[in-house]
Design a binder for this molecule. Structure first.
Ligand code: SF4
Ligand code: FES
Length: 361
């Protein structure tokens, strides 16, 4: 059993409700209902337990966290426990009044998602007319409240050609940082993979534009760039390793090591309604299942990157091979790597319509 350090950050998914319907949403395909959500009081207890456990940062997320009326109280609770709090939002609800109140309550940073630099394509991808205009106003409200702003531009085949304009937009909105992050293929994005995977030529051109902008904007705008790992030869270190630094509390209180963990069969994820966060982090079977390196198969077991990428992503291994304990197939050393090449060929040969995020009956 590996030595376990305390978690660094907690993702507090306050709700799965959201006015947008992005077809790459990382929420599960089976969205949780409002009636199952933790109460404000339960979230306050979670924040207190998180701080006691050693968590340093809390990311308020969703769905759209501003749907929850208690958000200001929860930000204040986080601040009272010394937690650094970040709001991850669509920017489609609320404005100056709410942001000013959140800043007053102790919010430290805002991460605003944008679907494109161009209004009509952004609204089409978000599945909500007028969303882009609201987001631009929201960005101004964040700056007016004196909070640092990061723009999160999720890129894919249907907007990747506008990367240069996205960077210009981040500057004009007063962002300190822009994340140009390619869609990760789980949940809704996996359902839409053939419509979202970019071509190699698109990716190469976007990478060239980002590298030039990074050089030009050094000290002015930080640019994070996440490429689709389907085009890589080694996998990403998903969550910096299973159960090493992060935990997500879902709207109903279920605690998972990553967004897609619940897709893995045979794992039972405990709830903060049943036991403490500390018990879940240190002692639950689910958090211990893929911790460290003991679980690894070959070729990971003897690989000198095994404590760098931790064998890649368990949920991607499951999605592609049906077995979460295999080497992530995006690794060129994986015996399953041909599955990734087949997905790229399929995507490059087709352009199916988008399936939008929606509650399913
Ligand atoms: Fe990472 Fe495993 Fe590939 Fe080595 S073999 S690079 S540890 S995924
Ligand atoms: Fe679950 Fe990567 S998303 S381990």
């Amino acid at each position: 059993m590996p030595a376990v350090d305390p978690p660094l950050a907690l993702l507090a998914e306050l709700t799965h409700r959201c006015p947008l319907a992005c077809p790459y949403c990382s929420n599960p395909v089976e969205l949780e209902r409002a009636s199952a959500e933790l109460s404000g009081g339960e979230w306050q207890r979670v924040l207190s337990e998180a701080a006691a456990l050693g968590v340093l940062q809390v990311h308020f997320s969703g769905g759209e966290p501003m749907v929850r009326r208690e958000l200001g109280t929860l930000i204040a609770e986080a601040a009272a426990h010394g937690l650094y709090s970040n709001l991850i939002t669509s920017g489609a609800l609320g404005g100056e009044r709410e942001i000013a109140a959140f800043a007053e309550a102790g919010l430290r940073h805002v991460q605003l998602s944008l679907q494109d630099h161009e209004a009509s394509n952004a609204d089409r991808i978000a599945g909500l007319a007028g969303a882009f205009e609201r987001k631009v106003k929201f960005a101004a409200a964040v700056r007016a409240a004196g909070l640092p702003l990061t723009l999160n531009m999720v890129v894919h085949r249907q907007n990747l050609d506008g990367v240069a304009e996205m960077i210009d937009m981040a500057q004009s909105l007063g962002a300190r940082r822009v994340e140009i992050a390619h869609v990760q293929y789980y949940a809704w994005a996996l359902e839409n993979r053939a419509a979202l995977l970019p071509t190699r030529a698109q990716l190469d051109e976007a990478t060239r534009v980002v590298e030039a902008a990074r050089e030009r904007l050094k000290g002015v705008l930080a640019i994070d760039y996440v490429v689709p790992d389907y085009y890589g030869v080694r996998p990403k270190s998903c969550m910096n390793g299973w159960g090493r630094q992060f935990l997500n509390v879902m709207p109903s209180g279920t605690v998972v090591p990553c967004h897609a963990a619940q897709t893995i069969p045979g794992l039972t994820f405990p709830s903060v309604r049943e036991t403490s966060l500390a018990n879940i982090w240190y002692r639950s079977d689910a958090f211990n299942r893929f911790r460290g390196t003991d679980w690894m198969p070959e070729p990971c077991r003897d690989c000198d990157r095994r404590e760098i990428d931790w064998g890649g992503c368990r949920c991607q291994a499951l999605a592609l091979t049906g077995d979460a304990s295999r080497t992530d197939p995006v690794c060129a050393l994986s015996p399953d790597h041909a599955l990734v090449e087949a997905a790229l060929s399929e995507a490059n040969a087709s352009s199916p319509p988008l399936i939008y995020r929606a509650y399913r009956a």
